[in-house]
Design a protein around this ligand. Sequence first.
Ligand SMILES: *Cc1c(COP(=O)(O)O)cnc(C)c1O
Length: 420
Amino acid sequence: MNNFEYRHGELYCEHVPVSRIAKELGTPCYVYSHATLVRHFKAYDSAFKNIPHIVAFAMKANSNLAILRLMAKEGSGADIVSGGELFRALTAGVPASKIIFAGVGKSADEIRDALKADILMFNIESSAEIHAINEVAASVGKKARIALRINPDVDPKTHPYISTGMKKSKFGIAADRALEEYKMASSLSHIDIVGVHAHIGSQLTDVTPFVDSLKKVVALIDTLKGQGINIRYLNIGGGLGITYDAEKPPLPQDLADAISPLVKDLGLTLVMEPGRVIVGNAGILVTKALYRKEGESKTFVIVDAAMNDLIRPSLYGAYHEIRPLDEAAGRRDKQQVDIVGPVCESGDFLAKDRLLATIQPGELLAVMSAGAYGFVMASNYNSRPRVPEVLIKDGEIHVIRARETYDDLIKGETIPAFLS
Ligand SMILES: *Cc1c(COP(=O)(O)O)cnc(C)c1O
């Protein structure tokens, strides 16, 4: 459920007509609903209320400072994947005691910064990384709390680019090698083993892969116990899917109901890293139709947003619903069109072969479900300034990121003297 609905014939975000936001800020722009964000976080958090747990929002899905602060105020931690994300999380006020550092390629500098900040733990992805973290920890005189990321080899049945828990994946340590790696880690002086982690993929629309993965992880925890290695945190990752089109993903409560029997008597703290399910349907990208172009075999609607603003359609062939802001426009005769942007790439599209009510130039459109992996993947390709982000709360429009200027585009660039 989200707070983008037609009222009085036009699309609203909470109590604000989206057309008013477009008028004040121009297009394209990202619009987020405060009420939706809070509701989604609470739904997830409260689903697990009977088990000791930490929700660490996967901030790669949306790392705007205001969104992170909002999450932190609701009690969320952060799942980070870089030094830059650590900086953002701390700046936004996420407590270090709820920050978890994941990712296959942490640099020594990033590890040092995270140790100095005293984050909750590192999710380790390889044998080499265990040694690297041990060395850095020794150099700063600290013990690094760690979990090993297990690759449970289950098929999450999602897009291959966002599937992470199968044998061929670059992520995690194979389940059958985990014991050996844990034993090795336990022999290192500056490593404190605290957890087991598994994250099998994103946009999962069934609880079965979560349960299959968890069974393997629970078996491993048992084996580790037999070896005197006591685990305190069981991290099940993120990955719960959302409705973009006609998907019927499980609710957080369904996930909680499915896994609770497996974990409730283990005496562990459950850690979860949801991203998309919290922010995905809490945001839209607003764009304006510029031109209609009748091609040889297709009709194109050219809009002012492009793949540099929202790359998911180009990158994953992802589906985003497109709605006119004017409800009546949605009742016009339907026509099959491609919605494309101004970027000079054939892969620049927001929708392909989509049957949509006829769109006229000048009309405003909402690209729905754009709150996750939207703005965070934006680039300046074609020297397009990145678009603003706004947070709507009740009747108020809060700009949480200004539109970039042309000066922003050249920030940090210099022409060497020999060229002058
Ligand atoms: C991307 C990622 C997440 C979040 O995934 P969502 O599908 O957005 O919930 C959580 N944990 C790890 C390790 C990730 O890489």
